[in-house]
Design a protein around this ligand. Structure first.
Ligand code: NAG
Ligand code: NAG
Ligand code: NAG
Ligand code: NAG
Ligand code: NAG
Ligand code: NAG
Ligand code: NAG
Ligand code: NAG
Ligand code: NAG
Ligand code: NAG
Ligand code: NAG
Ligand code: NAG
Length: 606
């Protein structure tokens, strides 16, 4: 990955796109601040992200899309309206999400819809009494067609607000519109894969496996490209699906610390019941996840912008353009030792959208028979239980699970503009070693998910466009819950090392605007924490409240190279009596990102 990064960097430097050598652009906290242990108030709890533009100045116009305080909002939605800006020329739209909170609360999931289509899924940081805030920017240009018409805006952020949970979330989203010198060819239609409930003032998210995510649409007969985008996140028993065990082992320790359906998940996109493509989900860790002590003031990768995945369904257009309805379904499956695939626990929240581009000519699109490879993945399972199941605290359970999948669909698609060989292919690999010790109360989880995908370029381009990704993660947690919570606090001891490495050209942004170089990203987070809470007072009381005596330290390396150029950041935070940034450096060049160490098992995985 690093080699590829350097290669692309080298090409960009040679083509004069970016400056070299590495330059330190800012260091926002000096030595003296660190030594005096300054706690900013309110505390900025941030997700490291590369700037989306060289400067956010120079917007043609801007407007507030949503401004709402979510207090006792459990089951109550924000409903508002969006109108496109008047007398404003724009090609590019960026949303700036800004949130403030003070008090005590858990992390909460927020879903933002334009009508029936989910456009952003986020989670919140956990507040402190002295207040927190964060801002996050997201490029919304792929939704251009929605942004140019009136929309009902629906946001859910289920929050408890009472004498114990005193943190409300004040959310503002501002749209910034820019008129950039570039051609934008947004999708003509965006069709929601959702419950389509906005007319009833309800959220359109689908909960799996309790419900089903099957919708039917008739595509325009002259469609020339179609891409499905899917958002899927695990909650409840599925929040940490990657530390679950195959279902036959959930009773190993005769307690409830293990959840089932295996640590493997696949999110599938099916057309008329046939598998079109898959996503092997990135493990987003919310701010209460693994240990809340890890996420102050640096939150996890993708915490404020849960990632979607894309499947190019253009090879299916010969079938989809016949003027008849076709079904589009999203499923979430886990490994099942008996049937390869099976159901999962409760619950996954999913929604998706089909982005459709029409050919200028009105003729019906036709296609040759789709050439497909989509056999089920191969799985290897190796469980090992040691000790008896109900006696000694040394009893442990180690399980290795790995999987590989190859999938591709190819067809010659003909429109009024000509014929093109359109292909979508994916190669994915997964490998995990999970070790449950101390009757399952100690867990050491290691997993590597990586893969490549390929889609066909637009007519004027040559070779297929390839993206790669890799997300190794390893963490250890030990939880101690006392028998009498009035005399002893609960404890979580945690350590984590995880990365996200990718070199990608997202299909939707490629088809919407012409930038054709991959965005290369490498980021790694490491951390450790000891975290206490009083179970009888209220769980996670003062989760990140200095008075609790929690300890945490998190370090992050971030290096990216893309449309805007190069960006590097290296930050290190200590969340103890007073949260401080002990290191905070930004660079206008890529930086070295050391590899995640998969806890001494790399030789088994690789
Ligand atoms: C986003 O909004 C916050 C709060 O208003 C503001 O401080 C920040 O400068 C904004 N960011 C951008 C890029 O406009
Ligand atoms: C929420 O934030 C906005 C923008 O900063 C502010 O104008 C408003 O007064 C806040 N609302 C509450 C209830 O604090
Ligand atoms: C939906 O909410 C809007 C704004 O609160 C309201 O005007 C409208 O009557 C509601 N529609 C339904 C079907 O409840
Ligand atoms: C499991 O725990 C329950 C409740 O503590 C106990 O009744 C049962 O005998 C245990 N089963 C085994 C196999 O240890
Ligand atoms: C989804 O639709 C397809 C095609 O109509 C149908 O075969 C399938 O049974 C449906 N699935 C569910 C869960 O309704
Ligand atoms: C469109 O279809 C008409 C009728 O079949 C045909 O005559 C014409 O050649 C087609 N145009 C193109 C550009 O394929
Ligand atoms: C279409 O593209 C695929 C993938 O690049 C290739 O394997 C196949 O040979 C091509 N088919 C034709 C007819 O060109
Ligand atoms: C899992 O834990 C057991 C018991 O502590 C230990 O013997 C074993 O080496 C561990 N396995 C791995 C892969 O770390
Ligand atoms: C559980 O983990 C804790 C913290 O890492 C460690 O001190 C303890 O020895 C572990 N217990 C077992 C049985 O492995
Ligand atoms: C995953 O990574 C391993 C180790 O770098 C590599 O050998 C393998 O080809 C990758 N698999 C995919 C599908 O990219
Ligand atoms: C937890 O809080 C309750 C209520 O304030 C108190 O009675 C109890 O002693 C506390 N437990 C510990 C371990 O401090
Ligand atoms: C439990 O945590 C509370 C809150 O930080 C603290 O006041 C109390 O002393 C702790 N109790 C014990 C027994 O450690």
């Amino acid at each position: 990955m690093l080699a590829l990064f350097i290669l692309v960097l080298f090409q960009l430097i040679n083509s004069g796109c970016i400056a070299s050598p590495a330059t330190l652009v800012s260091q926002s906290l000096g030595e003296s601040d660190v030594e005096s242990g300054v706690v900013e108030s309110p505390l900025g709890v941030f997700e490291v992200q590369a700037p989306l533009r060289t400067s956010y100045d120079g917007a043609s116009c801007q407007q507030v899309v949503l401004q709402h305080t979510f207090a006792a909002s459990y089951g109550t939605l924000y409903i508002g309206t969006y109108a496109p800006p008047k007398d404003c020329e724009f090609t590019t739209t960026i949303f700036n999400l800004s949130v403030t909170s003070s008090g005590i609360n858990y992390d909460r999931l927020g879903l933002i819809f334009f009508g029936d289509t989910e456009i952003w899924r986020t989670t919140t940081a956990m507040p402190v009494r002295t207040g927190i805030f964060w801002n996050y920017q997201k490029d919304m240009t792929i939704y251009d067609t929605l942004l140019r018409s009136d929309q009902k805006v629906i946001m859910s952020l289920d929050n408890l607000y009472d004498s114990v949970f005193t943190g409300a979330y004040n959310v503002t989203i501002t749209a910034l519109y820019y008129n950039d010198p570039q051609t934008v060819t947004p999708a003509d239609l965006i069709l929601p894969i959702s419950t389509q409930s906005s007319a009833q003032n309800e959220s359109s998210v689908i909960s799996l496996p309790d419900s089903n995510a099957n919708v039917s649409f008739t595509l325009p007969r002259n469609s020339k490209r179609a891409v499905v985008s899917v958002l899927a996140s695990g909650n409840g028993a599925e929040e940490f699906w990657y530390r679950n065990v195959p279902t036959e082992f959930t009773s190993t320790f005769n307690n409830t610390v293990l959840y089932g359906y295996s640590p493997f998940r696949e999110v599938q996109v099916l057309i008329d019941g046939e598998l079109a493509g898959v996503g092997w989900p990135f493990p987003v860790i919310f701010t209460g996840g693994i240990s809340p002590g890890l996420w102050v003031p640096i939150v996890g990768v993708h915490t404020y912008d849960l990632p979607s995945f894309e499947v190019d369904i253009s090879p299916w257009l010969g079938i989809l353009c016949d003027g008849k309805p076709h079904s589009f379904e999203v499923k979430v499956v886990g490994y099942d030792s008996r049937t390869v695939f099976g159901t999962v626990g409760s619950n996954w929240w999913v929604s998706g959208a089909i982005f459709v581009w029409k050919d200028e000519g009105g003729n019906q699109t036709t296609g040759t028979t789709i050439q497909s490879i989509s056999s089920e993945p191969s799985f290897q399972l190796m469980p090992r239980i040691t000790g008896s199941t109900n006696s000694s605290t040394n009893t442990s359970f180690e399980v290795h699970l790995s999987a590989q999948r190859t999938l591709s669909h190819t067809s010659i698609i003909t429109t009024s503009s000509g014929s093109q060989n359109l292909t979508w292919s994916q190669t994915l690999s997964y490998s995990s070693i999970n070790n449950y010790t101390a009757l399952g109360f100690n867990k050491t989880i290691s997993a590597l998910t990586n893969g490549t995908s390929t889609f066909s370029p637009s007519l004027d381009d040559a070779s297929p466009i390839r993206s790669t990704f890799s997300y190794p993660i390893t963490f250890h947690t030990a939880s101690l819950t006392p028998t009498d919570a009035t005399t002893a606090n609960s404890t979580i001891v945690a350590s984590l090392d995880r990365s996200l490495l990718s070199s990608s050209i997202p299909i939707l942004s490629y088809l919407t605007s012409p930038f054709k170089l991959p965005t290369v990203l490498a980021t790694r987070q490491t951390g450790n924490s000891v975290y206490y809470w009083n179970d009888t007072y209220y769980e996670f009381a003062g989760a990140i409240d200095p008075a609790m005596g929690t300890y945490g330290a998190t370090e992050q390396w971030f290096s990216s190279l893309g449309k805007v150029g190069a960006y590097g950041r290296h930050v290190k935070a200590v969340d103890g009596y007073e949260p401080v940034l002990v290191l905070n450096q930004e660079y206008n060049s890529p930086i070295d990102v050391p590899d995640t160490k998969l806890a001494g098992i790399a030789e088994v995985l690789l």
